[in-house]
Design a protein around this ligand. Structure first.
Ligand SMILES: NC(=O)c1ccc[n+]([C@@H]2O[C@H](COP(=O)([O-])OP(=O)(O)OC[C@H]3O[C@@H](n4cnc5c(N)ncnc54)[C@H](O)[C@@H]3O)[C@@H](O)[C@H]2O)c1
Length: 310
């Protein structure tokens, strides 16, 4: 079990999901190093018991840093996370998401890293005409530079496993929401709605609002990461609820919790938006022993409360 690993590195550990993983590892008494360039990370997210270094994974000093700390296990989250931004500037996305992950995969064998847990994306991985909910058997068909760079990251880790024997788990998340989330991630709509509703300001739904997403709570994501660390498994796993929630329903749920009474404005949908999305968690249940536990109504209440406190 977890005792096997004494030290962990969390790249992007000052960000939304990474900081929750750091907290969980520290609760398990693992020595945690955090590297984050603070392009999106926040100082207040960083657990005071973590050993923090402000540095980009693209910095030429990153390999030296990695060799110095020699972590047993690496949770790799540092990334360009914005799908729309990846369409605007694909090379910038590739630099962090492909070159950054490749640097880690390449050095892992030399350093003796025992396992890499990679934050991949299920929402951006599968072709939109595939059967819903997407399973890992669905052949990947990313259509955004972000989805392509996440797939490339998985493939480099697979290479490092085959050639250098470094086990990896790529967790393909659905749309992750919860306290500390920002508006850029794949469930950014929840933080945008929460802020506007709490401020009593008007808000906009892009498109008809009938488009669906699979919202998975960050507590469930952290548990998937801990299981991926502890279980003797390798490969790609979808981490989603399998349930679709459309944006109009999400709006109604959040309006009820916040007491918001303004109607939502509708604007035309930007090109390239997926109409429906949901991930089957069956493989994760079978091989990781993972199941989502947080119900969306409870998760939304907790998330909105955290925005209220802010
Ligand atoms: N939020 C979601 O719904 C979702 C869904 C699928 C996958 N993911 C993946 O999960 C991971 C974490 O996402 P998040 O939502 O917590 O985003 P986030 O922006 O809060 O976290 C990413 C962190 O990485 C840091 N970072 C960015 N570039 C870096 C670099 N070059 N060097 C070092 N640090 C760098 C940022 O400062 C930030 O703190 C990402 O890899 C993302 O692609 C997120």
């Amino acid at each position: 079990m977890a005792k096997k690993y004494k030290t962990a590195l969390v790249t992007g550990g000052a960000g939304f999901i990474g900081s929750h993983i750091v907290d969980a590892l520290i609760r398990r008494r693992i020595k945690v190093y955090v590297i984050d360039d603070m392009s999106a990370g926040q100082k207040k997210n960083i657990n005071p018991n973590a050993h923090f270094t402000k540095m980009s994974i693209l910095n030429p000093a990153f390999p030296k840093y990695l060799k110095k700390i020699k972590p047993d296990v690496v949770f790799h989250l540092a990334a360009q996370i914005n799908l729309r931004q990846s369409v605007i500037d694909p090379p910038a996305d590739a630099r962090v998401n492909i070159m950054g992950t490749l640097t880690l995969a390449h050095l892992a064998g030399e350093i003796g890293i025992k396992k890499i847990i990679f934050s991949s994306s299920g929402g951006a991985m599968y072709p939109s005409d595939a059967k819903i909910p997407y399973s890992e058997k669905t052949p990947p068909g990313p259509i955004s530079p972000y989805g392509i760079s996440k797939r490339a990251g998985e493939m480099y880790l697979h290479y490092a496993y085959q050639v250098h024997g470094i086990p990896y788990v790529a967790l393909r998340y659905a749309n992750v929401y919860g306290p500390r989330q920002n508006s850029k991630g794949e469930a950014g709509v929840i933080s945008i709605f929460a802020k506007q509703m709490l401020a009593g300001k008007p808000l906009t739904i892009t498109g008809s609002g009938k488009q669906t997403r699979d919202f998975v709570n960050v507590e469930d994501i952290v548990r998937a990461n801990m299981l991926a660390m502890n279980r003797k498994v390798v490969g790609e796993f979808n981490i989603g609820t399998g349930k679709e929630t459309d944006i109009n329903t999400l709006f109604k749920k959040m309006a009820k919790i916040t007491g918001y009474s303004l109607p939502a404005r509708k604007t035309p949908e930007p090109p390239g938006e997926v109409a429906r999305s949901a991930l089957s968690g069956k493989k994760a249940k079978k091989m990781l022993g993972w199941e989502p536990k947080v119900k969306i109504d409870d998760g939304l209440k907790k998330t909105i409360r955290s925005f209220q406190k802010k």
